[in-house]
Design a protein around this ligand. Structure first.
Ligand code: GTP
Ligand code: MG
Length: 305
């Protein structure tokens, strides 16, 4: 488009009902469309090709993350100036592509997210359980990254040449969305959100696999949080347990006069809860200081901020 080479990437898994329309509409805004066929069993790839897309096939289904890794490798190979990624199921509005590309092409941002949850954004017919799930995941992710992103789960994203070159991720599933954000943050890439509307009134609208996806992503977010802020994740509940154990112990001791039984039951429970609380606090403390020590070492020895 003009002096920039802009490519759209569509991860695709059995989307024959919608892929034709998506490819045709997206081609109005980019130079080329690459569809990663992630081991589909339907005729989506043939339809996409006949509508003008370039197809990259995975022999077996790898997952959303796997599809995005192939897209990024292809974009690096093609030396594009910008890559815009959107889903193949018709949930994203191709007419918003210029809105996502603008901050990229002006150099203002390296990574732009089409967001449902900022001013001007929205979602049609979004199931309440999805909204809640995404809010919980986003809150957990922001706790560990301090990024303050409103919509970490939107599949509608754009990337600059620098982001395409520098971003690296391992995840093969939907948790890639968080890994990508963290990697961009660690590499000081400029991240921005622009408003868009994501639809759920599409043929394959939200299905319950989304719950298992959501669960995987939430576990990833919690693990990352426990690595980044062990004192918060382990220390705080540990302290809570320890306090509960102590309260129960005092209660049991109070009950001594009644009978020995009173001592054994609640007494023992109080002890193991207290000990568990102490252990969690200690682990949180050790992990936090280990993390800080390694960080300082990296900064001092290798100047890695
Ligand atoms: N579900 C799924 N989608 C994949 C896979 N590989 C590629 N995709 C594509 O990734 C995009 C996002 O997947 P969706 O299942 O729509 O995920 P979602 O939008 O978070 O969930 P829904 O609201 O249920 O549509 C779609 O274009 C899929 O075709 C895969 O292994 N599983
Ligand atoms: Mg979808």
């Amino acid at each position: 488009m003009g002096q920039f080479k802009i490519v759209a990437g569509l991860p695709m898994y059995n989307e024959e009902e919608t892929i034709g329309t998506v490819v045709t509409r997206v081609l109005d805004y980019v130079d080329e469309v690459i569809c990663v066929d992630d081991g589909s069993s339907d005729s989506g790839a043939r339809i996409a090709e006949s509508c003008g897309a370039t197809i990259h096939r995975h022999r077996v289904n790898r997952g959303y993350g796997g599809a995005l890794k192939s897209l990024f490798a292809k974009a690096r190979e093609m030396d594009v100036d910008a890559l815009v990624v959107l889903d193949s199921d018709g949930q994203h509005e191709p007419a918003d592509i210029p809105k996502l590309l603008e901050p990229i092409l002006s150099g203002e941002a390296d990574f732009v997210i089409g967001s449902r949850f900022i001013e001007g954004g929205g979602s049609e017919d979004m199931p309440a359980y999805r909204r809640l799930g995404i809010k919980v995941i986003t809150a957990t992710s922001n706790l560990s990254s301090d990024l303050g992103i409103q919509d970490t789960q939107s599949g509608f994203r754009a990337f600059s040449k620098l982001a395409i070159e520098r971003l690296r991720f391992d995840a093969e599933g939907m948790e890639l969305s968080l890994e990508m954000l963290e990697d961009a943050h660690e590499k000081n890439l400029k991240i921005e959100e622009v408003p868009t509307v994501i639809r759920y009134d599409v043929p394959k609208g939200s299905n319950f696999t989304a719950i298992s996806h959501g669960f995987t992503v939430l576990v990833w977010a919690l693990l990352s949080l426990s690595q980044k802020k062990p004192l918060l994740v382990l220390g705080l509940p540990g302290f809570g347990l320890f306090a509960a154990g102590a309260a129960m112990a005092f209660n049991a001791i109070d009950g001594i006069s009644n009978s020995v039984d009173a001592l054994v039951g609640p007494g023992l429970t109080a002890i193991w809860i207290g000990v568990l609380g102490l252990a969690m606090m200690a682990t949180g403390l050790v992990l936090q200081s280990a993390r800080n020590f390694i960080r300082h070492l990296l900064i001092r020895e290798f100047g890695l901020a």
